[in-house]
Design a protein around this ligand. Structure first.
Ligand code: F0G
Length: 458
């Protein structure tokens, strides 16, 4: 019998969200300098800005909050989390941090120096930011298929092995502190990396004696795709897949706000005791003592439970199928979206959606603003604004893709919300040829400008 899927949970508490009118939203977005990050949450009806820290915790996680051990040193909640991280990832050494970029900051303080090159699949912006801040650079070795939104490839997050090997061969070994692979690959559209690929990356890294680090924010969603799309793993449990995946790496940085199913948290996990020892010094300086790292005891407890819940198949199946439901509706309406659909988000292809808006007028941002005005939906631009300026030439970098990301928070919105979002986009798509002009920047920060950029309508 082929029964339809249904969420393996029910609602115990609700949070009201506030509808508003198009006229109100036009005014609000203008007051926000056309930057969606500047909107206060009550001005947003459906918030798809990010899937980071925006999910709903379970009753078991809330129960764990009540028994959190708030001891400065040696907290029981820390020990619970350390044990869970070891059991799920296999890594021996563990440092909590307050979120993912803090883990990057601590680990890169140990490993990255001026002039270094860090190859990987498309690096996330904070990862790139922390590398460039140290006057080092990233090298994107993602497979070419990732940059064509319509071509089907089951693992568009994969690393191109030849590109990687060329990078490792052509750079002095002491300028490549590690290779970083992001799963799922957020900047390539939430696309997964296959087990086969990570194995090959690991082999090349070992050949050149370069450590392999996983940026693991969405490691459980990645494991789901491996189970579904990589034949050899269809009988394996998510936890088995996760364990094998991490076994090919030397360490990980984690933003627990995604697949940790918590609102705040992160960590570093490693095999190398020496690197761990050096990292503890920075952790104490930047984050707090090594048994809390910027987190409350109760947060560490909730994260321990969240990691176990996120690595259960039934949860992942409904999670990823909800995202795909939105994608499928959009495809039915003829809307250009990245395919196959990402694990945590649907990406509108603004180059195809609004090619009438010039690229230097930030067409993906213009589309994201339209979505807000028409439907009160807050997505985020993953395009030229996010790509920032080249740190050396200070020219705008034009990425291959101009996307609007609709990130779906975990266990938060219903299928009815997905229907609403799809209908709003259908309306906008019907009038797309009228869109001619975009926006110009009137103020921007020297790094990670997208958070605070101010724009005006052209
Ligand atoms: N790595 C990846 C792949 C991420 O997606 C993020 C955050 C980070 C690292 C940094 O983690 O936010 O906990 O400091 N991504 C969020 C997003 C912000 O919206 O995709 P953080």
């Amino acid at each position: 019998m082929n029964l339809p899927y249904a969420e393996p949970y029910k609602t115990k508490m609700v949070e009201y969200i506030k509808p508003s009118t198009i006229e109100e939203r036009k005014q609000w977005i203008k007051e926000a300098d056309y930057n969606l990050f500047n909107l206060t949450s009550e001005k947003v009806f459906i918030d798809l800005l990010t899937d980071s820290g925006t999910g709903a915790m379970s009753d078991k996680q809330w129960a764990e909050m009540m028994v959190g051990d708030e001891s400065y040193a040696g907290s029981q909640s820390f020990l619970k989390l350390k044990e869970t991280v070891k059991r799920i990832t296999g890594f021996d050494y563990f440092l909590p941090t307050h979120q993912g970029r803090a883990a990057e900051n601590v680990l890169f303080s140990v490993l990255v120096k001026e002039g270094d090159v860090i190859p990987g699949n498309s690096h996330f912006d904070t990862t790139k930011g922390h590398i460039e801040f140290r006057k080092a650079s990233t090298l994107d070795c993602t497979i070419d298929e990732a940059f064509n939104t319509t071509v089907y490839h089951p693992f568009k997050g994969n690393v191109n092995i030849e590109k990687l090997e060329t990078a490792l061969k052509n750079n002095p070994k002491n300028n490549i502190p590690f290779v970083i692979v992001t799963v799922t690959c957020n900047s390539a559209g939430g696309q997964p990396v296959s087990m086969q690929n990570i194995k090959e990356v690991s082999k090349i890294c070992k050949k050149y004696h370069i450590p392999l680090i996983i940026d693991a924010a969405r490691f459980a969603e990645n494991a789901y795709f491996i189970k579904i799309r990589e034949d050899r793993y269809k009988e394996a449990t998510i936890k088995e897949i996760v364990k094998e995946f991490f076994s090919y790496a030397d360490g990980m940085t984690m933003s627990a706000k995604k697949d940790g199913l918590v609102n705040m948290g992160g960590f570093i996990a490693l095999n190398d005791e020496e690197v761990y020892k050096k990292a503890t010094v920075y952790n104490i300086m930047f984050e707090g003592f090594i048994t809390y790292g910027g987190l409350n005891g109760r947060d560490m407890g909730a994260l321990a439970v969240g990691l176990d819940e996120a690595t259960e198949f039934d949860y992942l199946e409904t999670r990823i199928k909800q995202v795909a439901y939105l994608g499928t509706q959009l495809v039915e309406f003829g809307v250009p979206v990245q395919q196959p659909f990402g694990g945590h988000a649907i990406f509108l292809d603004a180059n195809k959606f609004v090619p009438t808006i010039p690229r230097d007028e930030f067409r993906a941002q213009a589309l994201a603003i339209e979505l807000y005005i028409v439907g009160g939906i807050r997505g985020v631009e993953i395009g030229t604004i996010l790509a920032d300026r080249d740190p050396f030439t200070h020219k705008n970098r034009y990425p291959e893709l101009e996307l609007v990301r609709l990130a779906i928070p975990r266990r938060t919105y219903s299928l009815n919300h997905m229907k609403y979002i799809a209908s709003v986009i259908k309306e906008i798509y019907a009038t797309r040829s009228e869109a001619k002009r975009g926006y110009r920047i009137i103020e921007e920060a020297p790094i990670m400008r997208h958070f605070t950029v101010k724009l005006e309508k052209i």
